[in-house]
Design a protein around this ligand. Structure first.
Ligand code: ADE
Length: 234
């Protein structure tokens, strides 16, 4: 077993590296990968840089080069659902690419032939996250996450994404990571803490809350790792 923990930005993995303290650094494909042993299990940690292309590269590298057997993503997102406020956690049940558009050929948004509009996250890790939430006394919502190469700071675009995909939150990496993990048969878990409401104030809110929300998400993801190890030991 080797667990990959991935973020998109340095701030999203910094709390994890801080907690681990001791790790080695390897440069590969113009990125840094951090490896550590945690409670007897091997971890590989990296931030990809923002967007679907970089996150695809990093997820693939973690699996194909670093031999990760499962992948957990930690980071921040913009809220679509009004029930999600800054700092709240959302676990993705399924993910879609909101900017994938060949509707001109009669296909639905988010679809290309031989692909699927949604990729579902690993159900057993979602179940584990409920136990973690209980242990931590936290409320964690489950929902659909929409991903695109766009920082959404526009009520109209946000509402379109919400109504087209039934999405509760949006970000810029989850669905591409999901496509990679699904194709390579690696169970994955995508967690996000809300940093903004994807509206006209989004960039200010993002800057103000990136760090604190990233910490919320990272702490939860490390508890997920603990829970996975607990279950594995039994
Ligand atoms: N990640 C966090 N907030 C976001 C937003 N408003 N748009 C895209 N990705 C985000």
């Amino acid at each position: 077993m080797k667990i990959a923990i991935m973020g998109a930005m340095p701030e999203e993995i910094a709390p994890i590296l801080k907690k681990l303290g001791n790790y080695t650094t390897t440069e590969y494909a113009k990125n840094k990968y951090y490896e550590a042993s945690y409670k007897g299990v091997d971890l590989v940690i990296a931030y990809s840089k923002i967007g679907k292309v970089f996150s695809t590269l990093t997820a693939t590298t973690m699996i194909e080069h670093f031999s990760a057997t499962q992948l957990l993503f930690s980071g921040v997102a913009g809220a679509i659902s009004p029930s999600l406020k800054v700092g709240d956690l959302i676990v993705a049940t399924k993910l879609s690419q909101h900017d994938l558009d060949i509707t001109a050929f009669g296909h639905p948004f988010g679809f290309v032939p031989e692909g699927a509009v949604f990729v579902e996250a690993d159900k057993s890790m979602i179940e584990l996250s409920k136990e973690v939430a209980l242990d931590m006394g936290k409320i964690v919502q489950e929902g659909i996450i929409a991903t695109g190469d766009q920082f959404v700071a526009n009520e109209e675009r946000k509402n379109w994404i919400g109504s087209t995909f039934g999405a509760d939150a949006l970000e810029m990496e989850g669905a591409s990571v999901a496509v990679v993990c699904d194709a390579l048969n690696v169970p994955f878990f995508i967690l996000r803490a809300i940093s903004d409401a994807a509206d006209m104030d989004a960039s200010f809110s993002f800057d103000a809350f990136l760090e604190t929300s990233a910490v919320e998400s990272a702490e939860f993801v490390m508890k997920m790792v603990d829970k996975i190890l607990d279950k594995n030991a039994k």
